[in-house]
Design a protein around this ligand. Structure first.
Ligand SMILES: Nc1ncnc2c1ncn2[C@@H]1O[C@H](COP(=O)(O)OP(=O)(O)OP(=O)(O)O)[C@@H](O)[C@H]1O
Ligand SMILES: [Mg+2]
Length: 326
C-alpha cells in the first residue's frame, strides 16, 4: 500500500457558467500521508470544496479539470470511467459534509442506507451478516442504542447524531482516505468538540488519511497535523500546524490568524481582512493576493510567486518572504 494514500498534483479546475469561466482551483499540489490529517483552510470561495469533490471524482457537470492528477492509493481518480469510479468511491475514499442530511435519503431509514452500502460496496448479501456490520459501524461512532438508530429515519435524529451516522456511512467500508468538508460548521460548540474528538480517535484507530476542510483555524489546530492555506484557488502557504499558527509567514496567513475570534474579542471588535476575493474569472500576472496585501512589493503585481520551502516541510509563495530568506 502506498505511504501517501492521497496525492494531488498540479490540479487546475474551471467552472463553466453563464457569466464566464470561473478558475476555481489553480495549480494545486499536496499529499496526505497514511494516518495523517491535512487541513485546507481559507476564506469562502477559495476552492476548498471543489478540491474536496475532485478527490471523490464527484465534480459537478459544469466543472472541467484543466490539468493535474488526483491519486487515491496510486490510481488517478480523474480518469476513471463510472464503473471503476464506483469501485474506489465509497470504498477507498469517502466524504462527510457540513450538512449530514446530504449523506441520507429522507425516505429510507439509517439502517436501510447503511445496509445497501454494505451490500453493494462490501458485497455482503446475507441480511443478518449485513446488519451485524451496520450495528457495529453505528456503535463505533458512539451512537447509543444502535438498534433504535438502525430503524430511525434521518429526520428523527438530532444534528449531532445524524453527523455521527454520516460518519458511519463514510467509514463502514473502511476507506483509506476521508474528506471532511466543514463537518462541524452546523453544530453547536459542544457537539463540534465531540465530533472532532470522534474523528481524531477514528483516524488513529483506522489509520485514516484525512483531508479536513474548514474556514476555522481554531478547528484546524485541534484536528490537523499540517495545514495548507488557500487563497483564490491556490495554496499560498503550507506546513506543520504549529508552524502555521505560531509563526505564519505569508501576509494572508498572518491576517487570517489575526481574524480568529478569540484575539479579536479581546481587542473589542471582530476583525476581518479588508477587500474581497478577486474575480476568479480573471488571470492575474503577479501574486493574486497583492491587491489586499499591505506588505506588497513592486514585483508582486508582475511576477507570480512560487511556493518555496523556507524550512523543511514549510513552504510559502510570497516575494517578500523569499527576498528576506535571500
Ligand atoms: N457548480 C459551480 N458552478 C460554478 N461555479 C462554482 C460552482 N461551485 C463552486 N463555484 C465557484 O468556485 C469557487 C470556489 O468555490 P468552492 O465551493 O470550492 O469554495 P469553498 O472554499 O469551498 O467556499 P466555502 O467556504 O464557501 O464553502 C467560487 O468562486 C464558487 O462560486
Ligand atoms: Mg466549501
Amino acid at each position: 500500500m502506498a505511504e501517501k494514500p492521497l496525492v494531488v498534483e498540479n490540479l487546475t479546475i474551471h467552472y463553466y457558467t453563464l457569466h464566464g469561466i470561473v478558475k476555481a482551483v489553480r495549480n494545486v499540489s499536496f499529499e496526505v500521508h497514511r494516518g495523517e490529517s491535512l487541513c485546507l483552510v481559507g476564506e469562502s470561495g477559495s476552492g476548498k470544496s471543489t478540491i474536496g469533490l475532485s478527490v471523490l471524482g464527484a465534480l459537478p457537470s459544469n466543472a472541467r479539470v484543466v490539468s493535474g492528477r488526483v491519486l487515491i492509493e496510486g490510481t488517478n481518480i480523474l480518469e476513471l470511467d463510472e464503473e471503476n469510479l464506483e469501485s474506489i468511491r465509497g470504498r477507498k475514499v469517502s466524504i462527510i459534509f457540513q450538512d449530514p442530511a446530504a449523506s441520507f435519503n429522507p425516505l429510507f431509514t439509517i439502517g436501510q442506507v447503511l445496509s445497501d452500502i454494505v451490500k453493494y460496496k462490501l458485497g455482503i448479501d446475507d441480511k443478518e451478516e449485513a446488519k451485524r456490520v451496520v450495528l457495529k459501524a453505528l456503535s463505533e461512532v458512539g451512537l447509543p442504542d444502535p438498534e433504535r438508530i438502525f430503524n430511525s429515519y434521518p429526520h428523527e435524529l438530532s444534528g449531532g447524531m445524524l453527523q455521527r451516522a454520516a460518519i458511519a456511512v463514510a467509514l463502514v467500508t473502511r476507506p483509506s482516505v476521508l474528506v471532511a468538508d466543514e463537518p462541524t460548521t452546523m453544530l453547536d460548540v459542544t457537539l463540534q468538540a465531540q465530533i472532532l474528538d470522534l474523528l481524531q480517535s477514528l483516524r488513529q484507530k483506522l489509520g485514516l488519511s484525512m483531508l479536513f476542510i474548514t474556514h476555522n483555524l481554531g478547528v484546524a489546530a485541534i484536528v490537523c497535523d499540517r495545514v495548507a492555506v488557500m487563497y483564490a484557488g491556490s495554496i499560498v502557504e503550507y506546513g506543520p500546524t504549529d508552524k502555521i499558527l505560531l509563526s505564519p509567514k505569508h501576509p494572508y496567513t498572518k491576517k487570517l490568524i489575526e481574524c480568529v475570534p478569540r484575539s479579536s474579542i479581546r481587542a473589542g471588535r471582530l476583525k476581518y481582512i479588508p477587500g474581497s476575493l478577486p474575480d476568479l474569472r480573471r488571470d492575474y500576472p503577479g501574486c493574486i493576493f497583492a491587491p489586499r496585501c499591505d506588505e506588497v512589493l513592486e514585483e508582486c503585481t508582475r511576477v507570480k510567486p512560487k511556493l518555496v520551502e523556507v524550512e523543511p516541510g514549510h513552504a510559502v509563495a510570497c516575494h517578500r518572504v523569499l527576498r528576506a530568506k535571500g
